[in-house]
Design a protein around this ligand. Sequence first.
Ligand SMILES: NC(=O)c1ccc[n+]([C@@H]2O[C@H](COP(=O)([O-])OP(=O)(O)OC[C@H]3O[C@@H](n4cnc5c(N)ncnc54)[C@H](OP(=O)(O)O)[C@@H]3O)[C@@H](O)[C@H]2O)c1
Length: 304
Amino acid sequence: MAIIVTGASGGFGNAAAAQLLDLLPANELIFTTRKPAGLAEFAARGASVRYADFDDTASLPAAFAGGTQMLLISTARVGSRVGQHANAIKAAVAAGVKHIVYTSILNADSPTNPAIVKLDHRATEQLIEESGAAYTFLRDSQYAEAIAAAVVPPALASGVLPDNAHDGPIAFVSRDDCIASAVGALTTPGHENKAYDITGPELLSFPKAIALAMAISGKHIDYRPVDDEAMFAYFDSLGVPRHASDDPTTAPIPWSSDDMVTFGQAIREGYFNVITDHVERLTGRKPRSLHSVMMQFKDTWPKG
Ligand SMILES: NC(=O)c1ccc[n+]([C@@H]2O[C@H](COP(=O)([O-])OP(=O)(O)OC[C@H]3O[C@@H](n4cnc5c(N)ncnc54)[C@H](OP(=O)(O)O)[C@@H]3O)[C@@H](O)[C@H]2O)c1
């Protein structure tokens, strides 16, 4: 028995790999990445660190050999990653993987959900369902860290936050809890062929999140509800690319505006109005609050 973690140099994969090393014998762990040199510490502890690039199918059989379970971390390019995931799933099943845990998004299977990010996730879920391996889908809410580290700092710096999610309810979830849930799904029994909605502990909204940031920072942010066109215009003004396939090298935010604007629309229309106890069921502990995540990041926020 061996667990593969893909993308083990990324934020999610690296932390999941570290937690698994603390729980299981190292010789039961296979960590794959495009940058194996950066994982020398895991290799020194006895884990098998291997090169894998989902765009390079020739790299995958050796990378996945011996694996029986896999944590498949969704890759970064929204709109152009289903082929990458398909290559990984096909190679994993050919190598003998019997259970795939996949990092998805809330309401991935809702046909009316307007968030374009759900298209890749649902297509990948379907590939896993059809692969012959058992599945566990971890349908994550929006990361609290995305709010604390990517939304609040520019809003504090400019004093203004245009937003198209309006009062849409959302239970922001810490990426730490998404990672721990993935580790729980891999290391405790009974999660095959299940989909979990991974949410934080309280239904909030963007205005409530900004009010919290104002209380913590002691500074005012002018929260401005805008429509989707105005939201696109705002991201255009920041130099954010419209599509993930555009050149990302000059982008100030690591996401495209069509992803973010349709994500905001989905929140506004109620597709993130989901709160569950699934983090606690998978990890044995309650999820972190947005307040706790903001307190972790507040020293990185703009001063003055
Ligand atoms: N719910 C939310 O609010 C939210 C927010 C942000 C992200 N996400 C999702 O969570 C995922 C993980 O987030 P993160 O913070 O860990 O992102 P990250 O640090 O940017 O990591 C990106 C991941 O994609 C992998 N990857 C990229 N291209 C690849 C390729 N050609 N072959 C194999 N792997 C490839 C990387 O693996 P290596 O570098 O190790 O090769 C890495 O694990 C994201 O990709 C995204 O789908 C969700």
